[in-house]
Design a protein. Structure first.
Length: 118
């Protein structure tokens, strides 16, 4: 399983972005559906929900380009973990799957901290 290191800029990027442009690779368009029953629409819903939170930059395993991770809900409340890269300002999803228990807990803890500050 990939490991991520939190980076603050990703948190603010998610909060400040009003809309996202996506760049779907044909293979990645179907990979998450086949392996994890996650649709393209669900992945885009996580970004557009306004409540996705960053896992950070992937530090393990090493990748040839910077990979980022987020966790957040779809419109139906399904919690997903999404790995993506940014290319020319566009989100290029690499994979998406249902969030593991640990990722859901991280999400709940961070969301609770944020809402307590507001």
């Amino acid at each position: 399983m990939a490991k991520f290191e939190f980076v603050e800029w990703l948190f603010y990027w998610l909060l400040e972005s009003r809309s996202f442009d996506f760049d779907w690779d044909m293979a990645n368009r179907t990979k998450s559906r086949t392996k994890h029953n996650v649709s393209v629409g669900e992945v885009e819903e996580v970004f557009n929900s306004g409540v996705a939170l960053p896992l950070g930059i992937q530090v393990s395993p090493p990748a040839s380009e910077e990979r980022l991770g987020i966790v957040g809900p779809t419109i139906t409340g399904r919690m997903l973990q999404v790995v993506f890269t940014l290319r020319e300002g566009r989100v290029r999803p690499i994979s998406a799957r249902p969030a593991h228990h640990k990722e859901r807990k991280q999400y709940e803890t961070l969301l609770r901290k944020i809402t307590q500050r507001v």
